[in-house]
Design a protein around this ligand. Structure first.
Ligand code: UDP
Ligand code: MG
Length: 316
């Protein structure tokens, strides 16, 4: 098998057929063998039956059916775990990432690059808020994280088999796939493209999922937020120390020491605010440590189709 295309799908009945058509058209131009792996992330619409029909008519379509919704990043991971190809491409089902770009990625891969990621030069048909929050997210992450995660780059990318094998050795539960790909290194390059509008349907990333996604990324790739506590702590104690000297001096030199209710309340409120924020922050990390310690499988598969070995119910 030469190429594996991994497509996570979650309630994508409106786009999945068109996605199949466009991907097939592109992949046939390579004149090499390929497989299209659709990972159903617990869709509750007709997506499953549509892909099942595709499986029956086309042996290059493969199907991984999760037992429930595990999330986009986990779906990608499952696709990579099952991919057989020498090069693996991850692409969204909604055709925001043009499949035709895969041909350019393959060219770069043949030149010897192990990771070819697609950077968004422009995003079409997305709300101002989404564009702004995404741009902020990539920039903050880049500042805070200890590794270089490319700006404005989603999961649309081609990775070589050896990168895929490296990814498989990382079993962490809170997965931020694009960060992991940067972390493994190897020879990486980018191509830039214009991100299209969604072909049909609506985004499967509501605000809640976006926040979860962003905090997963930050916590997984940066310890700097934790250091915030010690920095704030030292600044505040330094000021307190000077204030203490001032208060003592006042007392010793018999100046008036009228008790200031307002300043006490203000200090208490301010300090408690900081303490609560930092407790919450530490909680974010501890919660994720707990998740990892439990060592639950990343995902559960209900059924697979068209793979060499069919697995009825398996844990990974
Ligand atoms: N997706 C998924 N599970 C989820 C949410 C999304 O598998 O819980 C898939 C979705 O079907 C799509 C891709 O992830 O193929 C990207 O989602 P979407 O296009 O809704 O995100 P956006 O482009 O709006 O950020
Ligand atoms: Mg999309």
């Amino acid at each position: 098998m030469r190429y594996s295309i991994v497509v996570p799908v979650y309630n994508e009945e409106a786009v999945v057929l068109e996605c199949y058509r466009r991907l097939t058209e592109v992949m046939q131009q390579t004149h090499e063998s390929y497989e299209l792996i659709f990972v159903n992330d617990g869709s509750r619409d007709q997506t499953a039956s549509i892909v099942n029909q595709l499986c029956a008519s086309d042996a290059s379509v493969k199907w991984i059916d999760f037992s429930r919704n595990f999330g986009h990043q986990i779906a990608i991971t499952a696709g990579m775990d099952h991919a057989q190809g020498e090069a693996i491409v991850v692409i969204d089902a909604d055709l925001q990432d043009p499949p035709e770009l895969i041909l350019q990625m393959i060219e770069k891969w043949k030149e010897g690059f192990d990771v070819v990621y697609a950077t968004r030069a422009e995003r079409k048909g997305e709300t101002g808020f989404k564009k702004w929050s995404a741009s902020m997210f990539y920039r903050t992450l880049n500042k805070l994280s200890d590794i270089d995660i490319p700006l404005d780059t989603g999961d649309f990318r081609l990775i070589d088999r050896k990168v895929c094998e490296a990814m498989k050795t990382m079993k962490e539960n809170n997965r931020f796939v694009r960060g992991l790909v940067s972390w493994v290194g190897f020879r990486q390059t980018s191509i830039s493209y214009v991100r299209e509008e969604r072909f049909a349907g609506e985004t499967k990333y509501p605000l809640k999922k976006m926040i979860r996604f962003a905090s997963d990324a930050l916590v997984a790739f940066s310890l700097k937020p934790l250091k915030l506590a010690s920095i704030l702590g030292s600044v505040v104690s330094l000021f307190s120390f000077f204030y203490l000297i001032f208060v003592l001096a006042q007392k010793l030199l018999h100046f008036s020491t009228t008790p200031g209710w307002a300043s006490i309340v203000a200090t208490i409120l301010f300090l408690n605010g900081i303490i609560l924020v930092i407790l919450g922050l530490i909680g974010e990390y501890i919660g994720r440590i707990y998740d990892e310690v439990k060592q639950r499988p990343l995902y559960l598969i209900q059924q697979t189709r068209n793979f060499a070995q069919e697995q009825p119910l398996s844990a990974h």
